[in-house]
Design a protein around this ligand. Structure first.
Ligand code: NAD
Ligand code: UGA
Length: 469
């Protein structure tokens, strides 16, 4: 029986390995992590992450051919294939701080693999890493290799949160990069055989290591660029009376452009887009490619502009001050169908409004009070360094209350800000909400989730990204 071990039981490691176990009953899969709390949660009824469809997949395989464990060394030493899916956040200090990827977690995993291995291993980069990381990892692994043969593969993950299970079940493609040697090609075939259990052969792309590593950064950069492009158009729409939804629809009908990923928003969030573009910018700068670096930096600048613009819109429409005014924040996660708040635009918007002394009442169906308080008191770039490894008591932000109901959040509020496109926001009783709000009652829709005409009929003053005012 082939044995797989995945180091890192996070948003990628957990779902990816659960799907491999589900699709490959003949493979034994162990997911290991240094976080006891995370592993305990994976072994309980309350999984550590919210992802539609994940519970069923885990329940079907857990205890049969899928195991979650903190015994990292045992499972690594027994495995034939080791996926490394640890976090690779932006460096917060030292050389490249604020841009370069922090590979501390990756390096410590690689050193541990080198220490405990007694047989040949295929080591798979699942985390998103800078191009050429495989070379560094190879050096760490072979430094004291005791005659063990290590083959490093790059197999970046393209799943999106909220749709992870469907993305894993039916991936657009699986990408595997390896050395162009006989042993490298053999390792590629071994990993390909795992995916071939359910992914059609023509969707499994094999490349050299550097193409695979760079393709992951390129994919995220292009996706984020698309959002910044449509968000830049939304500004022009507001200035000219065009409607960004109509523009996106018309533009997306061109088959060369396509309809997906053209929703204007308060800005993109999530743990990866900004981090991976900064990483790309740093690599360009290290290679002396200033113009290319500046090109990609602009994607982040437009995203920051969009978030700032939203805050400015709220403050300026509410008579240039929100001091002491209650504002309801509806949605805090970085997108719907996830409880993840890493780099959510809601953090910047809330901090902007708090800076103007607003009182915030926040509701999100999946994000806990602790998480929101922690996010609002955290420094930039600290968010992806495993907090669960260093528990800290969050300092409560006084002007903020977290409630478990949109109606409660909106009660006596001067304005509503929609920051996540949760489906339930489409069917709220807006007449009831209006009746219980201060007047004039404002709506600021950062996700184009509400029906602007209907709300205006009720009496709301509605501002929606990229829509005529
Ligand atoms: P995560 O923070 O949810 O999970 C990483 C886990 O690794 C944590 O639980 C941490 O405790 C564990 N870990 C760190 N060092 C360890 C060590 N030495 N030994 C054992 N466990 C260790 O991160 P994530 O969102 O799953 O992302 C992981 C990687 O995948 C990142 O590089 C990210 O860029 C990439 N990625 C993420 C997504 C996504 O949707 N979140 C999608 C594609 C790729
Ligand atoms: C993104 C990519 O889509 C995945 O392919 C990739 O694997 C992953 O990053 C990663 O490397 O971590 P994710 O961040 O989970 O996935 O979610 P997306 O659906 O890409 O959304 C990212 C952000 O962009 C969200 O805040 C979302 O609301 C925003 N967005 C998305 C828009 O504002 N408009 C759109 O049209 C699409």
């Amino acid at each position: 029986m082939t044995k797989i071990c995945c180091i890192g039981a996070g948003y990628v490691g957990g779902p990816t390995m659960a799907v491999i176990a589900h699709k490959c009953p003949s493979i034994e899969v162990a997911v290991v992590d240094i976080s006891v709390a995370r592993i305990t949660a994976w072994n309980s009824d309350q999984l550590p992450i919210y992802e539609p469809g994940l519970d069923e997949v885990v329940k079907q395989c857990r205890g049969k051919n899928l195991f979650f464990s903190t015994d990292v060394e045992k499972h690594v030493s027994e495995a034939d294939i080791i996926f490394v899916s640890v976090n690779t956040p932006t460096k917060t200090r030292g050389l490249g701080a604020g841009k370069a990827a922090d590979l501390t977690y990756w390096e410590s995993a690689a050193r541990m693999i080198a220490d405990v291995s007694k047989s040949d291993k295929i080591v798979v980069e699942k985390s998103t890493v800078p191009v050429k990381t495989a070379e560094a990892i190879e050096r760490i692994l072979t430094h004291n290799s005791k005659g063990i043969n290590y083959q490093i593969l790059s197999n970046p993950e393209f799943l999106a949160e909220g749709t992870a299970i469907q993305d894993l079940f039916r991936p657009d493609r699986v990408l595997i990069g390896g050395r162009e040697t006989t042993e490298g090609q053999k390792a590629i075939q071994a990993l390909k055989a795992v995916y071939a259990h359910w992914v059609p052969e023509e969707r499994i792309i094999c490349t050299n290591l550097w193409s695979a590593e760079l393709s992951k950064l390129a994919a995220n950069a292009l996706l984020a660029q698309r959002i910044s492009s449509v968000n830049a158009m939304s500004v022009l729409c507001e200035a000219t009376g065009a409607d960004v939804s109509q523009v996106s629809h018309a533009v997306g009908k061109d088959t060369r452009i396509g309809p997906k990923f053209l929703n204007a928003s308060v800005g993109f969030g999530g743990s990866c887009f900004q981090k991976d573009i900064l990483n790309l910018v740093y690599i360009c700068e290290c290679n002396g490619l200033t113009e290319v670096a500046n090109y990609w930096k602009q994607v982040i600048k437009v995203n920051d502009y969009q978030k700032n613009r939203f805050v400015n819109r709220v403050v300026s429409s509410m008579f240039n001050t929100v001091s002491g005014k209650k504002i309801a924040i509806l949605g805090f996660a970085f997108k719907k169908d996830t409880g993840d708040t890493r780099e959510t635009p809601a953090i910047d918007v809330c901090n902007g409004l708090l800076g103007d002394k607003a009182r915030l009442s926040i509701y999100d169906p999946q994000v806990t009070e602790d998480q929101i308080q922690r996010d609002l008191s955290m420094k930039k770039f600290d968010w992806d360094h495993p907090i669960h490894l260093q528990p800290m008591s969050p300092t409560s932000v006084k002007q903020v209350s977290i409630v478990w109901d949109a109606y409660e959040a909106a009660k006596d509020a001067h304005g509503l800000c929609f920051l996540t496109e949760w489906d339930e926001f489409k069917t709220l009783d807006y007449q009831r909400i209006f009746n219980n709000m201060q007047k004039p009652a404002f709506v600021f829709d950062g996700r184009n989730v509400v029906n602007v005409e209907k709300l205006r009929e009720i009496g709301f003053i509605v501002y929606s990204i990229g829509k005529p005012l």
